[in-house]
Design a binder for this molecule. Structure first.
Ligand code: DSN
Length: 411
């Protein structure tokens, strides 16, 4: 019926197949997740919660939601889970609105040091509604400076400490944040959108035992549909639920909730645990391969699925590097680095992430080749011919790797 949209979808499918995608927050989902997302469950209105709906005919979507809730609780050992939030930003806003009053103080990681817009950035309504202070990373090591967090917490007495990042490459010490919060009587919210898949796979500590609230998206390392969920201690369950609906949202997307249930099931398999381990091995391998070629890495290394390359000493901006690489078939994003002197539109860095290349079955050996291509393009930043040659090589290389993970039912 609609050749225009059909063409757009097939163009996107080709792009995803032919390029090496290193965007740390993206992933390629399984056919089972796609099937649930594109199912008739999308037709159903279901305001409310299972067996407490405002519409008749919810018997099947109730089962889908109950399954997603049960599986997410089991996966992360959480007391309560709400799987209705449509996005990570909405999930974060829900927690703030459930627990804080406008003007209350929150303490979170600075956006320019790796935090997130929805953690009280002045550009986001979360920063306009609440009184946000930010901790950052150390100027010397670029690691989170927990002593600075403690000093700031004592000074600003936040009602809530927000933990989590979108471009921080090292393990986060959730227990330490809990200790600091307890010293000042603050709540703790951990946003694990980036690392949820690593937590599920057991390759990053789980914040659930230490946090009052844990929010996450489902589409990054967790490899599910586009959406989010909130986990919390039992005592906050009804406040969170009523803030999601009717507080902030209307009808939940039941097709997406069913796809979240699939994603939580996939994430509990041994195969997914291996996937999580390999994401980190690939990230470390690619990081080392970049270092061997003389690139400066923010914090010097990585413990997770991503790392930042500081291009300052190369005289290339993040924007120019990202554009040139995309034309060469390698897609990633420009990213500010801590204490960046460039604007967020230009930046001095690029962010490199390995969730997708790992989904496609690439391993350490392939990371070496990817580093070689990145280096070739950046060493010849103005050479369009090099970009074209690399794009052709990348396309041929990518043809060997599938774009859909197949996750076997392990029961
Ligand atoms: N936009 C996401 C990222 O790329 O990190 C965070 O929401």
């Amino acid at each position: 019926m609609d050749p225009n949209v059909a063409q757009i979808i097939s163009d996107e499918e080709r792009r995803e197949a032919e390029k090496i995608i290193l965007i740390a927050s993206e992933n390629y989902v399984s056919q089972a997740v796609i099937d649930a997302q594109s199912s008739v469950l999308a037709n159903k209105y279901a305001e409310g919660y299972p067996s407490r709906r405002f519409y008749e005919g919810c018997e099947y979507v109730d089962e889908a939601e109950s399954l997603a809730v049960k599986r997410s609780k089991e996966l992360f050992q959480a007391e309560h889970s709400n799987v209705q939030p449509l996005s990570g930003t909405i999930a974060n806003l829900t927690v703030y609105l459930a627990m804080l009053k406008p003007g209350d103080t929150i303490l979170s990681m600075d956006l320019s040091h790796g935090g997130h817009l929805s953690h009280g950035s002045p550009a986001s309504f979360t920063g306009k509604i609440f009184n946000a202070y930010h901790y950052g990373v150390s100027r010397e090591t670029h690691l989170i400076d927990y002593e600075e967090v403690r000093t700031m917490a004592r000074k600003v007495r936040p009602k809530m400490i927000v933990v989590g990042a979108s471009s921080y490459s090292r393990t986060i010490d959730f227990e330490r944040f809990r200790e600091i919060a307890d010293e000042v009587g603050a709540l703790v919210m951990c946003d694990i959108a980036h690392i949820a898949g690593l937590v599920a796979a057991g390759v990053h500590p789980n914040p659930v035992p230490f946090a009052d609230f844990v929010t996450s998206t489902t589409h990054k390392t967790l490899r599910g549909p586009r959406g989010a969920f909130i986990m919390c201690k039992r005592e906050y369950a009804s406040r969170i639920d009523s803030t999601v609906f009717p507080g902030l949202q209307g009808g939940p997307f039941m097709n997406i909730i069913a796809a979240k249930a699939v994603c939580f099931k996939e994430a509990k398999t041994e195969q997914f645990r291996e996937y999580g381990k390999q994401i980190v091995k690939n990230s470390k391998a690619l990081c080392e391969a970049m270092k061997e070629r003389g690139y400066k890495i923010v914090t010097g290394s990585t413990d997770n699925h991503l790392f930042l390359v500081d291009l300052t000493d190369r005289g290339i901006t993040g924007r120019d590097a990202a554009r040139a690489l995309d034309q060469a078939g390698i897609t990633l994003n420009k990213n500010v680095i801590p204490f960046d002197t460039q604007s967020p539109y230009i930046t001095s860095g690029i962010r490199i992430g390995t969730p997708i290349v790992t989904t496609r079955g690439m391993r350490e050996r392939e990371m070496e080749r990817i580093a070689e291509w990145i280096d070739r393009v950046l060493l010849n930043i103005d050479d369009l011919l090099v970009r074209r040659q690399v794009a052709a090589e990348v396309k041929e290389f990518c043809a060997e790797y599938p774009i859909r993970p197949f996750v076997k039912d392990e029961g």
